[in-house]
Structures are given as structure tokens and as C-alpha cells.
Ligand binder design. Structure first.
Ligand code: F6P
Length: 554
């Protein structure tokens, strides 16, 4: 029977919250010179600082007990060793095998998956190298542009990673098309050279409506542009569904497979990473995997209190379940990580946005938080006002590199200073007395001080973690992503939910398929209460008829 391990700890954790709430963080820092050392963890070229949280030693110890009673280590070993922990789909969860650099076998149903992984990786390497050096040519010769057509995990990972690693990008130009909105493809067509473009159709299932529509439209466009029917050489496929890739007409020699034990949102390490490999080269792709492997080893071996993903997970639970904070901001002070929050939205919200435990019962507590964010410093001039002075408390993750990948005046120092300033301001805040003193020092009258001071108060005591890493390179990015993956895993284990299925996306997909003929005017919506078994509600019917009217009644 599934169990939400948190439930037995709620009373203790709430008592801890009530005690911690009496001492603002600024006082905790003032009273404890060792607070940073106490609440930070180092890992190779990275520091994870979690000292700016509403936490003391006792509360932290109580949180660690939650991980212990959920037996996170045992659950992790079940994942790493290929047990079918994705029970609702009857699948193992082995994305970690894709970056297993130990040389040891990884068994799934008694069979070592490593030879299959290595065979695909070798094929990807040969193909990526040939595309990069021109040995693989298309109609117009050497490939100048690649377009990854995919959505969700078949887009967000490669799109985020290629952008993050642009300083290492020495292959063809990369484009990503995901949305079924024709605008996405149309804008991409404007940027590419048809005769020298390679389309990579990335879809685990090879049935996803958006991806299949985009791939077919791209093929038709290419045929028109090149004036020939045979454009097969311009397409490669990344999928677990070889029957469907063949049916689409993509030859096996340009199809790179993976397996049902790689979840879509965990697939950037698999063949889905082909566009990344073509962009930065196989060697650097290897470094990306090395970084993730390093995080895997840390997660498997570090004790709970010194384990970055475990601590990240516990902090998330602390705020979501004990303090009632619903959202979590991810704020990279690293412009190339602009898509990292979107990537984490799928990773966290598709994994842990669940209302039932593995056995179908309610977990009885809240589960996954709402994740959102934008790069700093841009966000500072947009939504930080609410983070600092709004009525909601939003725990933040700051990410910043010690060294920039370029040397432009003092930009990087300004960036770092801003990042540190934000977490400091959130933690410290500004009291009414401080606001008054500031206004007085600025020569304001007593009346003005009375009027303005309340607006200048910052409540402070607002929690944040900071990742400070040496430099955003392939290896570091691999580490960061894998740390977040394991955070999500730990939370799922504690809540007793399945972090690896996504049934919640199915209903919308089914209804969209049902609506397509109605939108096209080839079927009529029927109302509930009529003889027909499936009806459309009055709102949907009303919108459909307004839509048709706006399209000239068609
Ligand atoms: O709709 C959700 C989802 O199934 C994601 O989990 C997945 O990453 C995405 O769609 C794309 O799926 P596929 O790779 O099969 O096209």
C-alpha cells in the first residue's frame, strides 16, 4: 500500500514552524556566525547555499527525518537498479542509465541495458560527426540548419540545453519548433535554407498531434521548395516507435531509438539529445552526461543532510506543506538559462502535479508546487516587486556562475552583485524604523515620513536558495539538471505518488481530437441531454458557433 511519509511528521513539523516563525532570519544570521557553513553544501565546482531559509538546526533535523522515514535511499536504489517504479505504466525509470559512466551494468528485467544505450550513442556520434563535418550531405550539400520538431520533453530539454551551451556551439544553426500554431513553423521557415536543412522529428511515441502535424507540413514545404518528392534525406527521427518512424518514411539508418523506460521529461540524455550533440559535438555531449553522472553519484552516496537534491526536496515540502506557500520561483542570473524555468516547469509539474498516490488513494496533503521564473536581472524590473512586498511568500532558487563565458567590461560583476543583493534583500527586509530613519536622513518632513514609510517597508524573512557554480559549461549544466531531477524524485517518494506518469494530459488531448472535425465544420456539436452519447457543453457550443461566424459562417 502506498504511503505519504510526510503525514506522520506533520505535527512535529508544524511545531517546528511555530518556533522558527518567532525568529526572523536576519536575527538567526546575527546570532550565528557559522550559519552559512552550517547550511550550505559543496559539490565539485558548485556551492548550494540554503542558509537563507526559515530553518534552524532542529527544524532541519525534523525535515531530514521525513526523508529517513520515506526511505528515500531505498527508493533511489529501486530506480537506479531498474525496478518498475512507474507502476501505472508498468515501466522501469532508467534515465540515469543513459549517463552511467561507471562501466557497471544496469539491469532491466535481468538484461543489461548498457550495450543498447552505447550502440545508439555510437550511431548518434557517427551521424552527428558526419552532419558537422559535411560527410552527411543533403540536397544542397553540407547541413547549415537543423530543425528539431518535437514538444514537451522532446523539445524543452534540447532547446534549453542548446541555448544554455551556445558558447560551445560550433555545428549548424539550431531551431526548435514545438507549437501546432503554424506561426512557429512559419517563422522558422523564414530563417532556414531549405536545401541545406535537416529536420529532426523528435517524439517518443511518434503519435503526438502537434509534432506529426509539424513534421508533415515541413515535409510538404520542403518538397515545394526543392521541387522534388524525395526529401527523405532531410529527415531524421528520434523515437521509441520504429514502426511509426518507418511509416512516416524515415529510414532506420537515420532513426535513433530509445526505450519506454526513458520518460519524455527525462529524455535529453537519450537520442532526444541529438540536436544538442550536433550543435556542440559528441565530446562535449559526453561532458554533459559526465556532469549528470556526478550528480547521480552524489545523490546515491551523500547522507541526507548533505545531499543537495534531498535538501532541495525537503525545503520544497517544508514550504508547500507546512507553511502553505504554493509557488516556487527559479531565477537564473545566467541569461543562457532563460529556458531553464520552462524546462523545470515540465520536470516538476508534470512529475508531481498529482492528486492520488501510487495505490489510487489521496495523499492527504498538497503535492507539487507551481514553478515559474525568468532570468535575472530582467525579472527584477518586472515581478520582483511582488516577491519583495506582495502578500504571497515565494521561495526562490537563484542560480549564478562565478565566471562568465565572455569578458565584457564589468557585466558579470554587476550580474553577480545583483543576484546576491536580491537574496540578501529578501532575507533582510527593511523595518518600519529603518524606513523612517532613511527618510529622515534624506531630509523628509515628519508628515512625509509618516505617509511614505509604510510603503518602504520590506517584510523580509523571505526564503531563497542560491546555486553558485564556477561556470556554465556542458558538465555543470548536466549536474544542475540532474540535481533538480532527483529533487523531484525525492518529493514524489515522500508524497507516495508516481512522478513518472502524466495521465493529466490525456483528457485535453482526447477532447481536442474530438473537436477537430467540429472546428473544421465537418461535424456538429451536440448538446448534453440530447439522444447522442457525447455532448458539448453550452460554452463550447457557443464558442464554436462564434468561431464559425468569425470565419464567415464556415
Ligand atoms: O503531453 C505530454 C507528453 O506526453 C510529455 O510527457 C512528453 O514529453 C510530450 O507529451 C511529447 O511526447 P512525445 O515525445 O511522445 O511526442
Amino acid at each position: 500500500m502506498a504511503r505519504n511519509a510526510l503525514k506522520g511528521h506533520l505535527v512535529t513539523l508544524r511545531a517546528n514552524r511555530n518556533r522558527v516563525a518567532r525568529t526572523p532570519m536576519r536575527q538567526m544570521f546575527a546570532e550565528d556566525a557559522k550559519r552559512f557553513a552550517r547550511f550550505s553544501i559543496g559539490l565539485e565546482r558548485l556551492v548550494f547555499d540554503f542558509s537563507k531559509h526559515r530553518l534552524d538546526e532542529r527544524a532541519f533535523a525534523a525535515l531530514v527525518e521525513v526523508a529517513r522515514s520515506a526511505n528515500v535511499a531505498k527508493a533511489a536504489e529501486a530506480m537506479f537498479s531498474g525496478r518498475k517504479i512507474n507502476a501505472t505504466e508498468g515501466r522501469a525509470v532508467l534515465h540515469t542509465a543513459l549517463r552511467n559512466r561507471s562501466g557497471e551494468p544496469v539491469l532491466e528485467e535481468g538484461e543489461d541495458v548498457m550495450p543498447r544505450i552505447e550502440a545508439v550513442r555510437r550511431a548518434m556520434t557517427r551521424f552527428a560527426t558526419a552532419v558537422r563535418n559535411g560527410d552527411y550531405a543533403v540536397t544542397g550539400g553540407k547541413v547549415t540548419d537543423i530543425v528539431n520538431i518535437g514538444i514537451g520533453g522532446s523539445d524543452l530539454g534540447p532547446a534549453m540545453v542548446t541555448r544554455a551551451l551556445s558558447p560551445w556551439h560550433d555545428g549548424p544553426r539550431c531551431h526548435f519548433v514545438s507549437n501546432v500554431d503554424g506561426a512557429d513553423l512559419a517563422e522558422t521557415f523564414k530563417q532556414i535554407v531549405p536545401a541545406t536543412t535537416l529536420f529532426i522529428v523528435a517524439s517518443k511515441t511518434f503519435t503526438t498531434q502537434e509534432t506529426m502535424r509539424n513534421a508533415e507540413t515541413a515535409r510538404q514545404w520542403l518538397r515545394r521548395q526543392l521541387g522534388r518528392q524525395d526529401v527523405g534525406g532531410h529527415f531524421a527521427a528520434l523515437s521509441t516507435n520504429l514502426a511509426a518512424t518507418r511509416k512516416f518514411g524515415i529510414g532506420d539508418e537515420r532513426t535513433f531509438g530509445f526505450w519506454d523506460w526513458v520518460g519524455g521529461r527525462y529524455s535529453v540524455w537519450s537520442a532526444i539529445g541529438l540536436s544538442v550533440m550536433i550543435a556542440i559535438g559528441p565530446k562535449r555531449f559526453g561532458a554533459f552526461l559526465d556532469g549528470a553522472y556526478e550528480a547521480d553519484c552524489h545523490f546515491r552516496t551523500a547522507d541526507y543532510a548533505g545531499n543537495i537534491p534531498v535538501v532541495m526536496a525537503l525545503l520544497g515540502i517544508w514550504y508547500r506543506n507546512i507553511w502553505g506557500f504554493e509557488t516556487q520561483a527559479v531565477l537564473p542570473y545566467d541569461n543562457r538559462l532563460a529556458r531553464f524555468p520552462a524546462y523545470l516547469q515540465q520536470l516538476e509539474m508534470e512529475s508531481n502535479g498529482k492528486s492520488v498516490m501510487l495505490d489510487g488513494r489521496s495523499p492527504g496533503t498538497e503535492t507539487g508546487a507551481i514553478v515559474w521564473g525568468e532570468p535575472g536581472t530582467n525579472g527584477q524590473h518586472a515581478f520582483y516587486q511582488l516577491i519583495h512586498q506582495g502578500t504571497s511568500v515565494i521561495p526562490c532558487d537563484f542560480l549564478v556562475a562565478a565566471r562568465a563565458n565572455e569578458n565584457l567590461a564589468d557585466h558579470h560583476q554587476l550580474l553577480v552583485a545583483n543576484c546576491l543583493a536580491q537574496s540578501e534583500a529578501l532575507m533582510l527586509g527593511k523595518t518600519l524604523d529603518e524606513a523612517k530613519a532613511e527618510l529622515a536622513a534624506a531630509g523628509r518632513s515628519a508628515a512625509e515620513i509618516r505617509r511614505l514609510a509604510p510603503h518602504k517597508v520590506f517584510p523580509g524573512n523571505r526564503p531563497s536558495s542560491t546555486f553558485l557554480y564556477e561556470r556554465l559549461d556542458p558538465k555543470m549544466l548536466g549536474t544542475l539538471i540532474a540535481l533538480y531531477e532527483h529533487k523531484v524524485f525525492v518529493q514524489g517518494v515522500i508524497w507516495g505518488i508516481n512522478s513518472f506518469d502524466q495521465w493529466g494530459v490525456e483528457l485535453g488531448k482526447a477532447l481536442a481530437s474530438e473537436l477537430v472535425p467540429m472546428v473544421k465544420g465537418k461535424a456538429e456539436p451536440v448538446g448534453k441531454g440530447k439522444a447522442e452519447p457525447v455532448g458539448k457543453d453550452a460554452s463550447t457550443r457557443g464558442l464554436l458557433s462564434a468561431y464559425r461566424a468569425m470565419n464567415g459562417g464556415k
